[in-house]
Design a protein around this ligand. Structure first.
Ligand code: G4P
Length: 327
C-alpha cells in the first residue's frame, strides 16, 4: 500500500457522530461524483446503520454524465436510500435537498416533529461550498431560500427542517487500495501521504481506456487508438514530452509530468471524468473484504497456535512438577 494515510482523530469524530446520530432522521453523505464509492467513508455506514440516507454526488460538473447516472441508479437501488447529483453552479440547492429528505422520512415534519438531517463528507468534497451556498448572501438574495439561518452547527433550511454539520472531521478511510489512489488523484488526501508519480501512473491507467480521446485532445497525442494499449509510464512520459517536461539529454522529467496530469485532472480541463464505475468499485470492495477476511483468519490461526503452545508448555511444566514430587 503506497498511500501512507493515518488520519488522526477518527475515533473522536466517530464518538461525536454517534452522540449526534441519536436525534437524526436522515443522513446526507456528500460524495465526490468523480469517485463516488471511494470518497465514501465506510465508517459512516457503520455508525448510521439503517437510517435513511441521501447520497449527494457533488461536483457533478466535473464528472462523466453517463457514469453519474449509473451511480445514482446504483444508490437508488439500495434500501432507504435516495441519490442526487449536485454542483456549485446550483445556487439554490436547498429545495432539492429538502424534497429528497422529506421523501426519505415522511413521518417527520411540522413544528412538533422537525426533520433533523446530518450532513457528512470527507474533506475536499465541497461541503463548505455547499453550506455557504445554503446560508450565503447570494442564496438569500434570490429569494428562493430566504429565511435560511445558521445557528452554531445547525442550519434551519425551513421552520421544520434542521441541517446539522458533522461534528469533527470525517477523514477518508482507505480500506481498498485502488480507492487510495483515486482519493490521492482527486486531491482528498494530503500531499505528503503519497508519491505523485505513482499516483499519476495509476491515474493514467484509469484514464487510458475510457478517456483516451480526452487525453489525446488535451495533450495532442497522435495515435488515439494506441493510448489504451500503452504502458502507463510510456503514456505519462508522452504527456510530459508533449508539455515540455524534458531535462537535458531529452529525458522526461516524470515528476513534472505527474504534476501536469494530476493538475489537469483536478481542475477539470481534461474534461468530465469519473474514475470508477459501480461494478469496478464492487469488485475492488469484494477483493478488499476477501483480503481482510484472510488477514483475520491468519491472525486467529496465529493466536490459536500461540495458545496451543502455551497450553503444552503448561502441561510440560506440570509434568516436571509431578516428576519432582515423585523424586
Ligand atoms: P470541503 O469543505 O468539503 O473540504 O470542500 P470545499 O467546499 O472547501 O471545496 C473544495 C474545493 O472544491 C474548492 O476548490 C471548491 O471551490 C471546489 N468545489 C466545491 N464544490 C464544487 C463543485 O460543485 N464543482 C467544482 N468544480 N468545484 C467545486 P479549491 O480549489 O480548493 O478552492 P477555491 O479557491 O476554488 O475555493
Amino acid at each position: 500500500m503506497s498511500i501512507q494515510w493515518f488520519p488522526g482523530h477518527m475515533n473522536v469524530t466517530k464518538k461525536a457522530i454517534l452522540e449526534r446520530i441519536k436525534d437524526i432522521d436522515v443522513v446526507i453523505e456528500l460524495l465526490d461524483a468523480r469517485l463516488p464509492g471511494s470518497s465514501a467513508n465506510p465508517m459512516l455506514a457503520e455508525i448510521t446503520g439503517s437510517r435513511p440516507k441521501l447520497k449527494v454526488l457533488n461536483k457533478q460538473d466535473l464528472a462523466d454524465t453517463e457514469r453519474t447516472e449509473a451511480w445514482l441508479a446504483w444508490y437508488r437501488a439500495q434500501a432507504d436510500t435516495q441519490a442526487l447529483g449536485l454542483d456549485a453552479s446550483d445556487k439554490a440547492p436547498a429545495q432539492r435537498l429538502i424534497k429528497a429528505c422529506r421523501e426519505l422520512a415522511p413521518n417527520r415534519g411540522g413544528m412538533a416533529k422537525p426533520l433533523r438531517v446530518l450532513i457528512c463528507g470527507i474533506p475536499n468534497v465541497g461541503k463548505s461550498t455547499l453550506l455557504n451556498t445554503l446560508v450565503g448572501k447570494k442564496a438569500a438574495k434570490t429569494g428562493d431560500e430566504a429565511g435560511i439561518t445558521r445557528i452554531e452547527q445547525r442550519i434551519n433550511l425551513a421552520n421544520d427542517f434542521y441541517l446539522f454539520d458533522t461534528p469533527g472531521m470525517l477523514w477518508p478511510k482507505i480500506t481498498v487500495e485502488q480507492s487510495g489512489y483515486l482519493l490521492a488523484a482527486s486531491g482528498a488526501v494530503g500531499r505528503n501521504a503519497y508519491d505523485e508519480e505513482e499516483v499519476a501512473l495509476e491515474l493514467a491507467k484509469r484514464l487510458q481506456g475510457p478517456y483516451a480521446a480526452q487525453l489525446a485532445a488535451r495533450f495532442r497525442l497522435d495515435d488515439v487508438a494506441a493510448i489504451p494499449t500503452l504502458h502507463d509510464d510510456v503514456l505519462l512520459a508522452d504527456i510530459g514530452r508533449k508539455r515540455g517536461a524534458v531535462v537535458s539529454g531529452g529525458r522526461v522529467n516524470m515528476q513534472k509530468a505527474a504534476e501536469i496530469l494530476l493538475n489537469d485532472f483536478r481542475s477539470g480541463v481534461l474534461g468530465r471524468i469519473t474514475l470508477e464505475t459501480p461494478a469496478e468499485f464492487e469488485q475492488w470492495w469484494a477483493a478488499g473484504e476477501a483480503l481482510e477476511a484472510e488477514r483475520q483468519a491468519k491472525k486467529l490461526a496465529r493466536q490459536a497456535k500461540r495458545k496451543g503452545r502455551a497450553a503444552t508448555e503448561l502441561l510440560d511444566h506440570a509434568d516436571d512438577g509431578d516428576d519432582e514430587l515423585a523424586d
